[in-house]
Design a protein around this ligand. Structure first.
Ligand code: ATP
Ligand code: MG
Length: 403
């Protein structure tokens, strides 16, 4: 038996000139993510259809529901365009809803094949009557029905009821690539998710200060990357050994500027990696005023170390909202695991709140970090977090495969 999914693409439907390119991107993403399952993908104007073996249907639904660019996914029955076949499918679909406890419904018809003998209203009436006759316990409720029976008449006819929501947004990769500064905290995975949904493919970078931060801290970041990859697709994660850079900063005379200097150094390292991977942007989890180091002036200073735009999707979002998103996207429970992050260890007791721009730029230069930063980036370890690793994080048993 095959399960058949009807996929509703989102924002790409609003595109004009570059719609083809966006559509191709979404198709590629669906292909990559379903790789390893026995599936078929068909494309029609405004819809994609995926069929898979029934035993893979839960995995496929999970994958499609996490694929940016998709607004909704419905298990559908595909039939020929005979009215009787459509009615039969409507009854089958309603049977599942009645079994799940539904009492009321309405029918909605979409007819892109204008040669179909019934108009939308006519088809809805015929299907509705048949369903009512078959299930005397059901009644029609056009305002708040328990389920909506959808009939779409296109090249074939498709009948479905429940539509599971997708992430919306744009297909990953259609806006190029971003380098996400991924710490073990709550914010940066959320920032990565938000930008993946805007079409950025992601690579991650984690600045590791072993032995001041433990191997577990790194494993936590790897798990976060895997949770994120279920949305963004597989990612490369750069682990940059930053202990020497951090020590050099700590040896400097101005303890109160340590966090700021570290941020600037991270940005400089991110710029170097960004060049190697051809990134269009750097992404961080900063939010204005959340902590002492996240003031506008401090961001101006850290930003001065890169030529790339720095995307901070959480800039205007408060912590409660970020936590709500983190819970929803599955990163929260990993983020709150108790492993220290490097910045805590070196944090000044009284960080500077009102830095003097020129003076701090000079101080940064005086620390003479360029060689240490280049060396750290050269020694970075590039880990592959596969999409199959992501699925396993969520308990699906899938064979290992490429990115
Ligand atoms: P998060 O919850 O993402 O760790 P935070 O609220 O703890 O954020 P900071 O520690 O000030 O905030 O870090 C701000 C941003 O700098 C993070 O969101 C992340 O993008 C980046 N960052 C901080 N530490 C690291 C690190 N060790 N490796 C990579 N990026 C980091
Ligand atoms: Mg942090």
């Amino acid at each position: 038996m095959r399960t058949f999914f009807l996929i509703k693409p989102g924002e790409i439907e609003l595109k004009r000139g570059n719609k083809r390119e966006f559509t191709q991107r979404l198709k590629d993403q669906i292909h990559r993510r379903l790789r390893g399952l026995h599936f078929e993908l068909e494309e029609y104007p405004g819809r994609f259809f995926v069929s898979v073996d029934e035993q893979d249907s839960e995995t496929a639904l999970f994958i499609l529901q996490h694929c940016p660019g998709i607004n909704g996914v419905a298990r559908a029955i595909k039939t020929d365009k005979g009215v009787d076949s459509i009615v039969q499918a409507a009854i089958e679909c309603a049977a599942a809803e009645v079994a799940a406890g539904a009492h009321s419904f309405k029918v909605e018809t979409r007819r892109s094949d204008k040669s179909f003998p019934l108009d939308s209203y006519g088809m809805a009436v015929v299907a509705g009557d048949a369903v009512l006759k078959h299930f005397p316990s059901l009644r029609v409720d056009v305002h708040t029905p328990d389920f909506v029976l959808m009939v779409e008449i296109r090249e074939r006819a498709y009948v479905y009821s429940a539509t599971a929501p997708g992430p919306r947004g744009l297909p990953v990769g259609c806006q190029g690539k971003g380098l996400l500064l991924l710490s073990g905290g709550i914010d940066s995975p959320v920032a990565g998710y938000m930008m993946a949904k805007r079409g950025l493919a992601l690579e991650g970078v984690y600045f590791h200060t072993y032995p001041y931060t433990s191997a577990e801290a790194q494993q936590k970041v790897e798990r976060l990357a895997a949770r994120l990859a279920v949305w963004s697709g597989g990612v490369y994660l750069w682990i940059v050994p930053f202990t020497e850079v951090q020590m050099a900063i700590a040896r400097g005379p101005r303890e109160e500027a340590n966090t700021l200097m570290l941020r600037m150094a991270m940005m400089q390292a991110a710029e170097l990696i960004g060049q190697v991977i051809n990134a269009q942007a750097i992404v961080t989890g900063e939010s204005l005023g959340q902590v002492a180091s996240q003031t506008a002036e401090n961001m101006r200073l850290s930003q001065s170390r890169t030529s790339l735009p720095v995307f901070r999707p959480l800039i205007g979002i408060d912590k409660e909202e970020t936590i709500a998103i983190a819970r929803r996207i599955g990163t929260y429970e990993i983020s709150i695991l108790p492993y220290e992050d490097c910045c805590v260890l070196f944090s000044p007791k009284h960080p500077i709140l009102k830095p003097k721009h020129e003076e701090l730029l000079q101080y940064y230069t005086s620390l003479d970090l360029d060689n240490l930063i280049s060396k750290a980036v050269e020694h970075a370890e590039k880990k592959t977090v596969r999409f199959s690793d992501a699925l396993r994080e969520y308990g699906f048993e899938v064979p290992e495969r490429g990115l």
